[in-house]
Design a protein around this ligand. Sequence first.
Ligand code: NAD
Length: 292
Amino acid sequence: MAIILDGRKVARDIESEIAEEVKKITDKGNRPPHLVAVLVGEDGASKTYVSGKMKACDVVGYKSSLIRYDETITEEELLNKVDDLNEDKGVDGYIVQLPLPEHISVEKVIDRIYPSKDVDGFTPANFGKIDQEHHSLLPATPMGVIELLNRYDIETKGKHCVVVGKSHIVGMPMGILLAGPGDATVTICHIHTQNLEEHTRKADILVVAVGKPGLIIGDMVKEGVVVVDVGTTRVPDATKKKGFALKGDVEFATVEPKASYITPVPGGVGPMTIASLIMNTMIAYKKAMVLE
Ligand code: NAD
């Protein structure tokens, strides 16, 4: 039976550590870190993510602000807001929750965010520094995955890590983090990969970030594999109060018996992404306040 990689518990531990740090900072008379979230439109999943992020700020003692816009906001108006947040000395870090409405270029918005305030770690400058020793703000989800592995003493050095998915925010930075600082041998698979199972079966550590429930089944992994399921898809489920269930990309029932460690969905990577955001905000705050 696999050991469950309990992201919820680890995230709570991290939040307690950060809360202690915030207390020390404010006891000395400094202001607490301030995280701002910009939410455009009414996407249900986005609202849930943002509210989780704001709650985590409360738990650790950060100031948090939510700026909401109707989905009719123009690209220029949103870019102006980004400029304001960049210049606001009272804001240490901010996120623009994705996805954005189609008429707004995600690339333009992300390019405009000051890397020093980019606590999601999405800007090209922060992406380009992932592999550097003096990296600044790492992409939140891959950073959370590495932190989760570290906290369970799962070594990546010399391991064969297979990442399924190559998005800019999860798969690609995950691969770089594992191969760079993680010293692993990495295979990155994606929609055009042929014979996916030939690759996944070789994985000592398998990270899946696709968004297709049940993509990875027991036959596709080897005994003893460490499985990290990043996928979160809302699947209609009349038995649930909200009318949907969150599903990962990994078929838990058939993969778990072969795995040595596995993340649940929900309760695995999701809480770790929020914990990373909280850690990144502390890093941005310390740099801004010159507390390091
Ligand atoms: P994306 O749509 O940007 O990228 C999906 C990737 O999967 C692409 O690189 C594509 O090539 C690949 N892919 C698609 N079909 C495939 C197939 N059949 N075989 C192999 N590869 C395939 O998605 P994303 O933003 O990287 O997110 C991926 C999943 O992770 C989604 O379910 C998303 O909700 C979830 N996610 C979770 C968190 C979290 O905190 N838990 C954070 C970010 C994303």
